[in-house]
Design a protein around this ligand. Structure first.
Ligand code: FAD
Length: 284
């Protein structure tokens, strides 16, 4: 199928984006990497009257580290994050997750901002951002505000973003030397969206994991922060006890729906198995 007709405008700065959004309301869509939006147009799942190309907004690109905070522009591509020495050093979880996103050609064009705004529940960046307690910087004509990742995702492809707003940056505290991270997922084929996955973060001191955070992808309508498992794991000295506590508590955090390939019971089994792998990696 072919996309329905639409008008196209290439914005030169954020002010132009806000003008166009104000004039066209929810009849306009921002175009970033186009790796999801163009497919939805071609399948006629979406029919905006205007595409606003934001790819020339250099102020929305790049990775900076300042005062212990990593600031990632919304237009930074998956591949730039995957290859960035700053990300490997300060946010290794993102470097661990990036290779699971689609294929190299898609990672070269797709952006972190597009992935977060789209809010696919099986996407890698939203779960990583929830695990890392990221803050999203959102701009509109009326000003800029920040939203915590855990408050941003509202359901299946649903977020708090309004049609007149642009996600401009993602801010995440740089990992200290005691922070451990692990990312594991299972997909039908390499490069497919995950059937299930988990982003795991902890501190490790004296051989003990503390401040554990587990955020799941593919296990609900949005990324799921496993609060019960996180509480149950605290204070356990042996990794086997940590895994057992998480495994038991996960049934209170996760209630997956079956998908094309897996029953809900299979997805729960996979979530427990992946959690065991992630916790073993954190403790290694
Ligand atoms: C075959 C295939 C496999 C894929 N597999 C995976 C996968 O395994 N994991 C995964 O995470 N993704 C996967 N993707 C999706 C890919 O990661 C996309 O890059 C991503 O979902 C969207 O980013 P984009 O920059 O292409 O956004 P676009 O497609 O340009 O936009 C997506 C949506 O976000 C909005 N938007 C974009 N940027 C902003 C912004 N800054 N502020 C507000 N709204 C904005 C757009 O208006 C649109 O509604 C796959 C895609 C394909 C085609």
């Amino acid at each position: 199928m072919k996309a329905p007709p639409f008008a196209y405008a290439r914005a030169r700065n954020l002010a132009e984006v806000f003008e166009l959004l104000a004039a066209h309301g929810d009849g306009a869509k921002l175009l970033a990497g186009g790796q999801s939006l163009i497919a939805t147009l071609n399948m006629r799942l979406s029919s905006p009257r205007l595409l606003i190309d934001i790819t020339r907004l250099t102020e929305l690109s790049g990775i900076q580290v300042r005062d212990g905070v990593v600031r990632i522009g919304a237009l930074t591509t998956h591949a730039e994050i995957e290859r960035s020495p700053e990300i490997r050093k300060h946010l290794p979880l993102l470097a661990q997750a990036a290779p699971y996103i689609a294929h190299p050609a898609i990672r070269n064009a797709g952006t972190i901002g597009g992935s977060i705004a789209l809010a696919d529940p099986a996407a890698e960046w939203p779960a990583c951002c929830v695990a890392l307690e990221a803050q999203f910087v959102i701009a509109a004509k009326s000003g800029t505000h920040r939203v915590a990742a855990r408050d941003f995702f509202k359901g299946l492809y649903a977020t708090v973003l309004r049609p007149d707003e642009v996600l401009t940056h993602i801010e995440i505290a740089a990992s200290g030397p005691d922070r451990r991270t692990a990312f594991v997922e299972l997909a039908q084929r390499r490069g497919d969206y995950a059937i299930a996955g988990v982003a795991a973060v902890a501190k490790r001191a004296g051989g003990v994991l503390t401040d554990l955070r587990l955020a799941f992808l593919g296990m609900g309508q949005a990324p799921v922060l496993a609060r019960n498992a996180m509480a149950a794991m605290e204070g356990k000295r042996a990794v086997a006890d940590t895994i057992a506590a998480a495994s038991e508590a996960l049934s209170r955090d996760l209630d997956p729906a079956p998908d094309l390939y897996s029953s809900a019971a299979t997805k729960m089994h996979l979530a427990r198995a992946l959690t065991g792998r992630a916790l073993a990696a954190l403790a290694a």
